[in-house]
Design a protein around this ligand. Structure first.
Ligand SMILES: NC(=O)c1ccc[n+]([C@@H]2O[C@H](COP(=O)([O-])OP(=O)(O)OC[C@H]3O[C@@H](n4cnc5c(N)ncnc54)[C@H](O)[C@@H]3O)[C@@H](O)[C@H]2O)c1
Length: 379
């Protein structure tokens, strides 16, 4: 059988700028929570692939050295890295994708976000690009929607007080998504090491939601008396909360680094975003040759240390949110359970939410079609 030369080999793909992404619905938090819930279900079933031979790597980073003899080579700095996060997601999505970003705290002095992200969706068979999208809003929306799904399944529905710990853009997105699931919130506490950021965040809450909000710059006030706490601080300063600050029935939704008393972690209920992802982190830590240093750099570090010490159950015996969504393992079992949910970020959420926004863009004629080639030169 010869090749069918009448077959079109032309490849076009859709470029979506940030305004295009907004027009195509990237900021629809309730819809994003629904899509991320569907993604958790696929994760629970195993219908996905992420990076690496274990199919569960968060992604691959360029780690900058502390010093270099090369004048142009980037060196290590606060929140400075490049990362690629590839994956395949099954179900009705059935598509591959890769989120790629650079992060540098120094960006903020240039009026730029800390990280600048793009996302590429690709045909799973040919590898052809389907869409290249501006991904800052995409990534923030899915990062927020993940604790939004957790709030739906784990938080007490009558939650009245929410604490926002770390007042950056990611926590605006987390709060927006969480609020789609909690109809009874009356009070919001915004905690940041910088009081002006905390106050700005509180003003934003009051302007956008009919609730009262205050800004604070001490951790104890930030964590105490909250029914739901969303944590998304950067690594600027170590963040720690005490066991006694957390009231019965509280749900802590962790999207950024935080540490706490062993007494809290061994007495609360822990729900991971995906236990196989957490196992891949531990594998990486072992492979790095310096487990302790690796643990210090990842969100799950405090949990992995206690697992290694036999003080918490092994990851394979722990609960992932996909299991809860699929009804295979219990989520909240009593109104007084204290629950901590830990989300480390997964490419599959960028893929599912990116795919949904791409479909919306196609339906509504949004974006710019770009041509890769009419006919490939090297076929
Ligand atoms: N889990 C995920 O999927 C995911 C995805 C994206 C980002 N993140 C993480 O979310 C976090 C927030 O991201 P962002 O872009 O909003 O960052 P950002 O730097 O713009 O804002 C973070 C805020 O945290 C504050 N902060 C730092 N240390 C603190 C401390 N000890 N106590 C209180 N506040 C503190 C900073 O002052 C800043 O206002 C980062 O850690 C980032 O890595 C997680």
């Amino acid at each position: 059988m010869g090749t069918d030369t009448s077959m079109s080999t032309k490849i076009d793909f859709l470029y979506l700028s940030e305004p295009d992404m907004i027009a195509a619905g990237v900021l629809d938090a309730a819809r994003c929570v629904a899509i991320c819930e569907e993604t958790f279900s696929l994760l629970g079933e195993g219908d996905y692939l992420m990076g690496g031979a274990n199919h569960n790597n968060h992604g691959l980073n360029i780690v900058f050295p502390k010093e270099t003899p090369f004048p142009n080579m980037p060196v290590a700095g606060p929140d400075r890295r490049f990362a690629a996060m590839p994956g395949y997601l099954g179900g009705r999505f059935d598509v591959c994708g890769n989120k790629w970003y650079g992060s540098n705290h120094a960006n903020t002095q240039k009026g730029l976000p800390r990280s600048i992200l793009t996302m590429m969706l690709n045909d799973k068979d040919t590898g052809a690009p389907l869409s290249l999208m501006s991904a800052n809003l995409l990534s923030a929306a899915r990062t927020g929607a993940v604790p939004g799904v957790a709030a739906k399944h784990l938080a007490n529905k009558d939650a009245k007080t929410v604490s926002i710990v770390g007042c950056g853009p990611i926590n605006k997105s987390c709060f927006t998504a969480i609020m789609t699931q909690l109809p009874n919130v009356e009070k919001v506490v915004c905690f940041d090491v910088f009081l002006d950021k905390a106050n700005e965040h509180a003003r934003w809450v009051e302007e956008n939601y009919k609730v009262s909000a205050v800004g604070v710059d001490d951790a104890e006030t930030g964590f105490t008396n909250a029914d739901v706490i969303t944590v998304a601080a950067s690594r600027l300063k170590p963040l720690f909360f005490k066991d006694e600050w957390i009231k019965p029935g509280a749900t802590i939704l962790v999207s950024g680094p935080v540490n706490t008393d062993e007494a809290f972690l061994t007495s609360c209920k822990i729900v991971y975003d995906h236990t196989a992802l957490q196992e891949a982190y531990v594998e990486d830590a072992i492979a790095s040759g310096n487990k302790e240093a690796y643990y210090s750099g990842v969100i799950g570090g405090p949990f992995y240390r206690l697992i290694d010490a036999g003080k918490l159950p092994a990851l394979k015996d722990s609960i992932g949110l996909g299991d809860v969504v699929n009804g295979k393992k219990p989520g909240r079992e009593s109104a007084s359970d204290r629950i901590i949910f830990i989300a480390c970020g997964m490419a599959v959420f960028d893929i599912s939410w990116g795919f949904e926004v791409y479909q919306n863009a196609l339906k509504n004629g949004i974006g710019t079609s770009l041509n890769l080639w009419e006919k490939p030169s090297l076929a």
